[in-house]
Design a protein around this ligand. Structure first.
Ligand SMILES: Cc1cc2nc3c(=O)[nH]c(=O)nc-3n(C[C@H](O)[C@H](O)[C@H](O)COP(=O)(O)O)c2cc1C
Length: 277
């Protein structure tokens, strides 16, 4: 690597009140909740710790469902994010400790799968911007105002939990076709009320989530937002609209983490780069 080409790569910079020692961030990879299984807990910690040890400025611990009713994608043990003590809390504190040990910034990703969720036995239908039946035959219910208020609050409660567990910030999983993108996408959000239509309307619920997190966690906590700049499918979110949404987040979120594509079609939409990209 020619140092003349990458003048800034190893220079520190500041996000909110936190100094990143360089410009390299380790993206979220795999589910944080694996640490709740004693058989793989140590491996989960070491997987995160080794990334910090490698010298990146920040390590993002991957997908953390914000509830265990309509947000969760895999049947991990449930966490009560209102309880900031005990086994689950200790597991998340261990992640942040291992990251801090090497001078890296600790960020935890919070996610809600929205209409991408497949219900487990006994769970209600998934929720999303509008009611429809998925290609797998699963009925998705349109979110009500109460659902939106609850979900925004649950994001904030989980964020507060992470703050108390020693994380410097959270990353909202707003990419790859999850709830955020589902609201932002003109393809998926065809609501006819104040939450659908123009970009300003489609952005209202995502912005409400961010504002609620800021209210609960305060000024100094990093709010990072992962977005798919484009969904990579016809009628989906475009780079221009993502740029417009980023402007709307100014003053609420601290940083934007740009990804791309959809989980439902990861190779074609470039969510995971194939060797041909
Ligand atoms: C094993 C694995 C697990 C991943 N888990 C997550 C995750 O928890 N949250 C997330 O937002 N992205 C996740 N990703 C996506 C990556 O953060 C990244 O966006 C993707 O690998 C594309 O980047 P690349 O082309 O550099 O691999 C995961 C990727 C891999 C390979």
């Amino acid at each position: 690597m020619s140092s003349s080409k990458f003048q800034k790569l190893f220079k520190p910079f500041q996000v909110n009140k936190v100094t990143y020692k360089n410009r390299i961030v380790s993206a979220p990879m795999t589910f944080s909740l694996s640490a709740l299984d004693p058989q793989v807990a140590e491996k989960s910690y070491r997987k995160v710790e080794s990334r910090a040890k490698g010298g990146v400025a920040a390590v993002i611990v991957g997908e953390t469902d914000i509830n265990f009713t309509d947000a969760d994608r895999l049947p991990f043990p449930n966490v009560d994010f209102t309880v900031c003590e005990g086994k689950s809390f200790d597991a998340f504190s261990e992640y942040s400790n291992r990251i801090h040990k090497y001078g890296a910034v600790a960020i935890c990703e919070l996610s809600h799968a929205g209409s991408e969720k497949i219900p487990f036995k006994g769970q209600k239908n998934p929720i999303g911007p509008v009611a429809f039946t998925t290609s797998k035959g699963i009925r998705v219910e349109a979110m009500t105002q109460d659902d939106m208020d609850r979900v925004a609050n649950e994001f904030a409660i989980a964020a507060k939990f992470m703050q108390k567990a020693g994380f410097d910030g959270i990353l909202i999983h707003g990419g790859h076709g999850f709830l955020f993108t589902q609201f932002l996408s003109p393809r998926l959000n065809t609501r006819t009320d104040m939450y659908g239509g123009t970009l300003a309307n489609r952005a209202k619920f995502p912005l409400a989530i961010l504002k609620r997190i800021r209210e609960i966690t305060g000024k100094g906590f990093i709010i990072d937002v992962r977005l798919s700049a484009t969904e990579g499918v016809p009628g989906g979110v475009t780079v221009e609209e993502t740029g417009g949404f980023c402007k709307m987040m100014e003053g609420i979120a601290d940083s934007v983490h740009i990804s791309t594509g959809l989980y439902t079609d990861p190779i074609v939409t470039h969510q995971f780069s194939s060797m041909f990209v």
